[in-house]
Design a protein around this ligand. Sequence first.
Ligand code: NCD
Length: 360
Amino acid sequence: MKKNGGNNGMKFRGTHILSADQFSRDDLKHIFHIADQIAPYAQRKKITTVLHGAILSNMFYEPSTRTRISFGCAFNLLGGYVRETATPEQSSVAKGESLYDTARVLSGYSDIIVLRHPEAGSAETFSAASRVPVINGGDGDNEHPSQALLDLYTIYKEFHKKEKNGAASIDGLRIALVGDLKYGRAVHSLCRLLALGRNIKVNLISPHHLALPQKIEDILTAAGHEVNRNHNMVSGITHVDIIYASRIQSERMLPSEANQFNTDMTDDLYRKTYHLNKAIYTQHCEPNTVIMHPLPRDSRSGLDVLDDDLNEHPNLAIFRQTDNGTIIRMCLFALIFNVVDQIDTYTYLPAWKNLRKSNV
Ligand code: NCD
């Protein structure tokens, strides 16, 4: 497996991945080049043991399905071992242990740590005490950098498939971000990566009290992008390449916002105003508009922005997105351990056949 561009090769060796701000335009190109080559390993067409003997501690102090499992699978697919905590109750934080002590202890047991934690800034605090690299798997309402990378990789792939914009550029992209833009850390990290593109149009669609924080909007405008705030979903999704829907993060709301949220629920605001279903998509969107969502969708009482009736639509990329999560997380591990060009050396063909049906 060949690295693309010598100067980036070592940049991520031994580094923490805490923010999407750490990546440059060249880094994205480099990571996505590696991602294309690592994909057959994620799909089990080839097996590598390049990280044999290395241990990942996968520490999740907030609910997670995709991020936790795909980080674990990614490490296993490179030949490493995974230990994990999936709930705070199972670990010593329930006894009042500090991030500092936990980081010092775990970094003696493992070679790399992925941390998800409800407090913004926790990944940075934890990494300062850790003796091994730390990847931020989501810190409160702040950031989720690996999600942003897999989202952007998905955007590249979707564009490439439609031969719209070439595989190595998001320049000229038109994207609508819909839902809880205030607390959605996946959206916050994605905006930081979108700032690396050129001439991007971003439509921000949310209820007033869940608008994108000004400091993140400023990152987009400082990059020269066109930013429009829409409180009406339909006008914001009509002429875009990507609709990026997101869940209302009710667990992060302040009491006053929770009251507003309950009123909106009673008034059916989300279902009436911020809800994308097949009928609305077909009537208002361009035929090539791709639908994305970091997931999970909140399937309780039709609350989520994205309806189930689009599940079989070819432009729904949400499960291609989740598949790309494993690929991107493998890339991050390979870069941090600086083993990208040794993957092939430690490769063999599996004795078993992958039984998965083709991708949707
Ligand atoms: C997101 C998260 O945890 O920030 N989920 C994920 O990691 N794919 C989005 C969410 O929880 O709504």
